[in-house]
Design a protein around this ligand. Structure first.
Ligand SMILES: Cc1cc2nc3c(=O)[nH]c(=O)nc-3n(C[C@H](O)[C@H](O)[C@H](O)COP(=O)(O)OP(=O)(O)OC[C@H]3O[C@@H](n4cnc5c(N)ncnc54)[C@H](O)[C@@H]3O)c2cc1C
Ligand SMILES: *[C@@H]1O[C@H](CO)[C@@H](O)[C@H](O)[C@H]1NC(C)=O
Ligand SMILES: *[C@@H]1O[C@H](CO)[C@@H](O)[C@H](O)[C@H]1NC(C)=O
Ligand SMILES: *[C@@H]1O[C@H](CO)[C@@H](O)[C@H](O)[C@H]1NC(C)=O
Ligand SMILES: *[C@@H]1O[C@H](CO)[C@@H](O)[C@H](O)[C@H]1NC(C)=O
Ligand SMILES: *[C@@H]1O[C@H](CO)[C@@H](O)[C@H](O)[C@H]1NC(C)=O
Ligand SMILES: *[C@@H]1O[C@H](CO)[C@@H](O)[C@H](O)[C@H]1NC(C)=O
Ligand SMILES: *[C@@H]1O[C@H](CO)[C@@H](O)[C@H](O)[C@H]1NC(C)=O
Ligand SMILES: *[C@@H]1O[C@H](CO)[C@@H](O)[C@H](O)[C@H]1NC(C)=O
Ligand SMILES: *[C@@H]1O[C@H](CO)[C@@H](O)[C@H](O)[C@H]1NC(C)=O
Length: 494
C-alpha cells in the first residue's frame, strides 16, 4: 500500500487529506475577510467559509447603483500608489485613474452669508492647507498630545499674513481647516487626534486620490476573488459565504481545541481557526458577549483605548450640473451663524458638513461629506429631513452664485447607525495614546497550545494603514499567511 500513502502524501502537500483539512471560519465578508479567504483558497485550503451579517458582501466597501451610475457609500479612493495593495491589484488591469492635470479639482469657498471668496484666495487657502499638512509629519514627531496645537499655531501664523484677514475671519478659516483636516480621521475634532497616530500613518508615494473611473471600489472584491477579469478563474468564495449570518458568540473554550461559532439564527459551526474581522466599533459594543471565555485583559484594554470615528456622505444627483466640474464647494461659516447653529441641537449637525464635493466621472453628482458627531446625528434623522436640510444649506452658501436646481435623487450612508459597523473607521486618539494601546495588540491571535485559534483582521488591526481598504486587505493577507505558514511547516507524516 506504499503507493497509496505516497499518493496521499502528495495530495496532502497540495490540498491536505480530508482528515487533516483544517476548517476555517471567517467572520465578515469585508475587504479583509475576502482578502483572507482568497489567499487561503489560492494556497489550497478548501474548507473555508465566511459568515456575513449583512445581506451583501463588501462591508465598508459598498458600491451601489444610484441614478444611473455606481457610487461608493464607503471606501471610494485608492490613497497612494506604490505599496498600496489595492493599487497593486487594480492598476495593471487599468481600472484606476490618478487625479492629475486632467481632473485637478480646486476649492470654491463660499461663506454662510452666501459670499464667494475670490478664487485666487480659495486657491491659496487650499495650498496652505496642503503645505501645512505636509509639514505636520515632521513637526509632530515625538509629540505626545493632539494635532490641534500645532495646526492652530501654524495656521494662525500663516493667516496673519493675509492683509485682508481680521481676527474673526482667521477664526472662521481655522474652523474650516479643522473640518477638512479631520475628515481623513473621522474624529469629532482635532483635539481628539493623537500626534503619534498622525505621524505613524504610512503614506504611500503617488497620487493620494486615485479613482475607479465609472466603476466603484467594489470592483476590488471581484479582483480579489478572481472573478475579474476572467470569470472562469473565480475562486469559490461566494459559494462559501453565508449572508444574513450574524455571529453572536465565538467559543474557544472547548477541550478538543475547536472553536464553536454561533449565529443569531441559531446555526452552529465548528472550526479549527476563526478569523474575526468586524469593525472596532462592533468589537467595542460586543466584546463582552461575542467571546467565550472573555477576551484577555490586554485585548479588552486595546478595544476600549483605540477610537472609532464617524463619517457620512449624502449623494445629491441633479438633472444637469450647475457647478463647475473642477471645483469642490467648500463651506466657510460666519462666526455668528456658527454660534446660532451651535445653540440649536437640531441644526448643529450641519456645522460638520464640510463641503459638497464633485465626484469623478459622475458629472451630475455632488457628494456632501459630514464629519464625526454630525454624521452620527444625520444618520439618525428621518431621510427627508436630512436631505431637505442639506439642500437648504447648499442654497444658503451657494445660492447667490449659482442657479441651483432641485436634486432629482438623494442617497445617504448609514454607518454609525448600523450595528454591524458602528462607525466609519478607526483612528488613533489622544485617549489611545494615553492608554498606551496599539493596533498590533488587537492583531495578536489568541493561542491555544501555542496555535493561533482566534485570529483578528480588519482595518483597525493594521498599525501602519488603518482606516483604509488597502490596509484592511493587508490584514486579511497577514492572517492567511499565518495559517499558510502554520500548515506548511507541519510534518505531513504526522
Ligand atoms: C464613509 C467611508 C469612506 C471611506 N473612504 C475610504 C477611501 O476613500 N479609501 C479607503 O481606502 N478607505 C476608505 N474607507 C475605509 C474602508 O472602507 C475600510 O477601512 C475598509 O473597507 C474596512 O474593511 P474591513 O474588512 O476591515 O471591515 P468591514 O468592511 O467592516 O468588514 C467587516 C464585515 O463584518 C461584518 N460583520 C460585523 N459584525 C458581524 C457579526 N457579528 N457577524 C458576522 N459578520 C459581521 C460586517 O457586516 C462587514 O461586512 C472609508 C470608509 C467609510 C465608512
Ligand atoms: C506652499 O509651499 C510652497 C513650497 O514651499 C511655496 O512655494 C508656497 O508659497 C506655499 N504656499 C502657501 C500658500 O503657503
Ligand atoms: C472682519 O472681516 C470680515 C470680512 O472682511 C467683516 O465682515 C467683519 O465685519 C470684520 N470683523 C471685524 C470684527 O472687524
Ligand atoms: C472632541 O471630541 C471628543 C469626542 O467626541 C469630545 O470628547 C471632546 O469634548 C471634543 N473636544 C472639543 C474641544 O470639542
Ligand atoms: C458555485 O457553485 C455552483 C453550483 O454548485 C457551481 O456551478 C459554480 O461553479 C460554483 N462557483 C465557483 C466559483 O466555484
Ligand atoms: C471553560 O471550560 C472549562 C472546562 O470545561 C469550564 O470549567 C469553564 O467554566 C469554561 N469557561 C467558560 C467561560 O465557559
Ligand atoms: C448661543 O448661546 C450662547 C450661550 O447660551 C449665547 O451667549 C449666545 O448669544 C448664543 N448665540 C447665538 C448666535 O444665538
Ligand atoms: C441664473 O438664471 C438667471 C435667469 O435665467 C440668469 O439671469 C443668471 O445669469 C443666472 N445666474 C447664474 C449665476 O448662472
Ligand atoms: C440604518 O441602519 C439601521 C440598523 O441597521 C436601520 O434600522 C435603519 O433603517 C437604517 N437606516 C437607513 C436610512 O438605511
Ligand atoms: C508620553 O506619554 C507617556 C504615557 O502617558 C509618558 O509615559 C511619557 O513620559 C510621555 N512623553 C513625553 C515626552 O511627554
Amino acid at each position: 500500500m506504499w503507493w497509496l500513502y505516497a499518493a496521499l502524501g502528495f495530495v496532502y502537500l497540495l490540498h491536505f487529506t480530508t482528515a487533516e483539512e483544517p476548517k476555517i471560519v471567517i467572520i465578515g465578508a469585508g475587504a479583509s475577510g475576502i482578502a483572507a479567504a482568497s489567499k487561503l483558497y489560492e494556497h489550497g485550503f478548501q474548507d473555508v467559509i465566511i459568515l456575513e451579517a449583512e445581506n451583501r458582501i463588501g462591508g465598508r466597501v459598498y458600491t451601489t447603483w444610484f441614478d444611473e451610475s455606481w457610487v461608493d457609500l464607503g471606501g471610494q479612493w485608492v490613497h497612494g500608489e506604490t505599496g498600496n495593495a489595492a493599487f497593486k491589484l487594480a492598476a495593471p488591469l487599468e481600472l484606476l485613474e490618478a487625479s492629475g492635470e486632467k481632473n485637478w479639482v480646486e476649492f470654491d469657498i463660499h461663506n454662510s452669508k452666501g459670499v464667494r471668496l475670490p478664487l485666487d484666495l480659495s486657491q491659496n487657502l487650499m495650498a496652505l492647507l496642503t503645505n501645512v499638512s505636509g509639514e505636520a509629519n515632521e513637526a509632530l514627531a515625538g509629540n505626545n498630545g493632539s494635532i490641534a496645537d500645532f495646526f492652530t499655531a501654524k495656521f494662525n501664523i500663516e493667516l496673519q499674513k493675509y492683509p485682508t484677514f481680521n481676527e474673526t475671519l482667521v477664526k472662521e478659516v481655522l474652523k474650516m481647516f479643522e473640518g477638512l483636516t479631520i475628515a481623513t480621521d473621522s474624529s469629532d475634532n482635532w483635539t481628539d487626534i493623537s500626534a503619534t497616530g498622525y505621524t505613524a500613518y504610512q503614506d504611500y508615494p503617488g497620487s493620494n486620490i486615485v479613482n475607479w473611473k465609472d466603476r466603484g471600489y467594489g470592483t476590488i472584491l471581484d479582483v480579489l476573488m478572481k472573478k475579474y477579469p476572467n470569470p472562469e478563474e473565480e475562486l469559490p468564495i461566494m459559494n462559501n459565504t453565508l449572508l444574513n449570518s450574524e455571529v453572536v458568540n465565538v467559543n474557544y473554550n472547548a477541550t478538543d481545541k475547536k472553536v464553536l461559532i454561533e449565529t443569531s439564527n441559531g446555526q452552529k459551526y465548528t472550526a479549527d481557526h476563526v478569523i474575526v474581522t468586524p469593525s472596532l466599533g462592533v468589537l467595542k459594543e460586543q466584546y463582552e458577549t461575542l467571546f467565550t471565555p472573555q477576551l484577555p485583559e490586554s485585548k479588552v484594554k486595546t478595544i476600549k483605548g483605540l477610537s472609532m470615528g464617524s463619517a457620512a456622505k449624502i449623494y445629491l444627483s441633479f438633472e444637469a450640473p450647475w457647478w463647475s466640474s473642477n471645483r469642490d464647494l467648500i463651506l466657510l461659516w460666519d462666526e455668528m451663524d456658527r454660534q446660532e447653529y451651535e445653540n440649536d441641537t437640531s441644526k448643529k449637525w450641519l456645522l460638520d458638513l464640510i463641503g459638497f464635493f464633485t465626484v469623478a466621472h459622475r458629472p451630475r453628482m455632488l457628494c456632501a461629506w459630514i464629519n464625526g458627531a454630525g454624521a452620527r446625528y444625520m444618520e439618525a434623522l428621518p431621510e427627508n429631513q436630512a436631505f431637505n436640510e442639506a439642500f437648504t444649506l447648499l442654497n444658503k452658501f451657494f445660492g447667490n452664485s449659482y442657479n441651483i436646481t432641485r436634486p432629482t435623487a438623494y442617497l445617504r450612508t448609514n454607518w454609525s447607525n448600523n450595528k454591524h459597523f458602528r462607525g466609519a473607521y478607526s483612528f488613533r486618539s489622544v485617549e489611545s495614546q494615553r492608554s498606551g494601546v496599539w493596533a498590533n495588540e488587537l492583531a495578536a491571535p489568541l493561542l491555544v497550545d501555542g496555535k493561533p485559534i482566534v485570529m483578528f483582521a480588519g482595518e483597525a488591526t493594521n498599525s501602519q494603514r488603518w482606516a483604509s481598504v488597502d490596509g484592511a486587505i493587508d490584514t486579511g493577507f497577514r492572517e492567511a499567511d499565518r495559517l499558510i505558514e502554520l500548515y506548511n511547516t507541519k510534518n505531513p507524516s504526522q
